[in-house]
Design a protein around this ligand. Sequence first.
Ligand SMILES: Nc1ncnc2c1ncn2[C@@H]1O[C@H](COP(=O)(O)OP(=O)(O)OP(=O)(O)O)[C@@H](O)[C@H]1O
Ligand SMILES: [Mg+2]
Length: 259
Amino acid sequence: MSKRIDVKNFNVYYGDFLAVEGVDMVIEPRSVTALIGPSGCGKSTFLRTLNRMHEVIPGARVEGHAYMDGQDLYGPDVDPVEVRRQVGMVFQRANPFPTMSIADNVLAGVKLNNRRMSKGDAADLVERALRGANLWNEVKDRLDRPGSSISGGQQQRLCIARAIAVEPQVLLMDEPCSALDPISTLAIEDLITELKQDYTIVIVTHNMQQAARVSDTTGFFNIAGTGKPGKLIEMDATERMFSMPKEKATEDYISGRFG
Ligand SMILES: Nc1ncnc2c1ncn2[C@@H]1O[C@H](COP(=O)(O)OP(=O)(O)OP(=O)(O)O)[C@@H](O)[C@H]1O
Ligand SMILES: [Mg+2]
């Protein structure tokens, strides 16, 4: 299921504003890639281009190529809706549909994709996705309760269940733990480590310890000043990035001297 992403010579714009410039990046399958960097350097912007969510903002566009197993996600024949099915996304704030039941929340993305299924198949899928998100045991007796009736950490895992229920190839996560307590954060990190056996995972995080704990590869974005574009400064195996980065800006950032 897992796929390789290869971004080449990529520029990302909001209208005339060049937000991210000149990114070349390879993201390996069955691995976790962490994107780090100071606020405003374009991490979220770049992440959203990988499932074509960026262009839903009026005037927003990209230049360059983003290949997924060789297929250009921005090719002329590519349907953005299909890209979003293959490349799932989890956001900073858990956003389950509050009045929809836990089970229906899991199925929401699948139903959006117009897949018809029997009650039994739907129940199986709900269980599989909730088990995959490490939430099944906590909610199996109250699947008909509203999505808002569980804790914040559980809601975030519910959103992960919703994302994996459509069987994506890639999972993008934008600061998925920033609103969570340390215990829920560790639960999500454990889950990420499990999920990487099946998925390509890209996670944006401000938490250096988290990047060091969960990721195999780390990319550092930086920005030269307000109004300037964000750039990918350096990308390497996480261990190397945190022990002997090549660039001084990377070292300053990860050691907390900047950003
Ligand atoms: N919808 C938008 N329209 C115009 N400019 C935007 C929009 N969203 C973000 N930007 C700009 O793009 C740049 C990158 O923003 P982005 O949100 O990607 O940064 P980030 O690295 O994710 O920051 P943070 O760590 O604070 O989340 C910023 O200058 C921001 O103001
Ligand atoms: Mg962001």
